[in-house]
Design a protein around this ligand. Structure first.
Ligand code: HEM
Length: 260
């Protein structure tokens, strides 16, 4: 009997009971669409966890110059973002009026405080946001993000690889970087560095597309109202739409011609 009880089951392995006890609506009586809102956000956080883990692995692989497995993981991460973009469609089945049934209860919580999203940005090579006003709310995360900011990220690791391959010197100018990228692309056959560049720009593009899709959905939900996190809402989010982790890869396109 006790043996049977200790056997692994689907539910005990995946902790389904615990998982289903984690959705706690703030509205009372519970607004009809709050469960959807919570589930979407929680599933995003789970996917963010995977993306952070995989990006860490990608960095180690690139450091070891083991690029083929890094490509697979970069593809995985981009596909995760593709599916996160699609999930916004599900959220949009909630009307603004249905959202307003519980929106006020969310104050001052906001996606702005998604520490995992911030970690992901740092891991990709983004510049740290000023989230100090939230530091006292979750000091552990604040500390974790500070630590993360001091570790190698995807961008610095990519630059190091180009230095190892003698395409860049230790101190290089913006122009040197452009020249290095053009030399990578100016090849009759796509080599592994060119493939890496394409995976990196793909990843960058998916995050930009997510940002764009998010802001569009936000405008559809709340128009020009301010965010629950205290920002201007849509006008603030629009300022994030030009955030690129690899701006040089985008810029290099302007100079690309035919093979010489
Ligand atoms: C009804 C749905 C949603 C609305 C109305 C909404 C609204 C907003 C607003 C207004 C902001 C700006 C910060 C603020 O003042 O609050 C923001 C930021 C953010 N939201 Fe959402 N959001 C929604 C759904 C989501 C979902 C499903 C996610 C997934 C995790 C998410 C993730 C984020 C992130 C990561 C930020 C920070 C963006 C940045 O600073 O670059 N949001 N959201």
């Amino acid at each position: 009997m006790s043996d049977q009880h200790s056997q692994l089951t689907y539910g005990s392995y995946l902790k389904v009971d615990q998982l289903l006890s984690l959705q706690e609506p703030q509205s009372n009586p519970v607004a009809a669409d709050e469960l959807l809102f919570i589930i979407i956000h929680q599933s995003y956080e789970l996917w963010f966890r995977l993306v952070i883990t995989e990006l860490d692995r990608v960095i180690t692989l690139i450091e070891r110059e083991d690029l083929i497995p890094a490509f697979h993981l970069l593809e995985r991460v981009s596909l995760v973002f593709k599916s996160l973009i699609q999930q916004i469609d599900i959220l949009e089945t909630m009307t603004p009026v249905a959202f307003n049934q519980f929106r006020a209860k969310l104050n001052p919580a906001s996606g702005f405080q998604s520490w995992q999203f911030r970690e992901l940005e740092l891991l990709a090579g983004g510049t740290p946001q000023d989230y100090s006003r939230f530091a006292s709310l979750e000091p552990e995360w604040f500390h974790k993000l500070k630590e993360r900011g001091n570790k190698p990220n995807l961008r610095t690791t990519f630059v190091k690889l180009l230095q190892k391959r003698t395409l860049l010197t230790q101190s290089f100018s913006h122009e040197d970087f452009q020249k290095a990228l053009l030399s990578i692309y100016n090849k009759p056959i796509q080599d592994e560095l060119q493939t890496l560049c394409e995976f990196l720009i793909n990843f960058d593009e998916q995050i930009l597309l997510w940002r764009f899709r998010h802001v569009q959905m936000v405008e559809r939900m709340i128009g020009m109202k301010h965010g629950t996190g205290g920002s201007l809402g849509v006008p603030y989010l629009e300022t994030t739409l030009r955030k690129k982790f690899f701006p040089e890869l985008w810029e290099a396109r302007t100079q690309m011609g035919v093979l010489s």
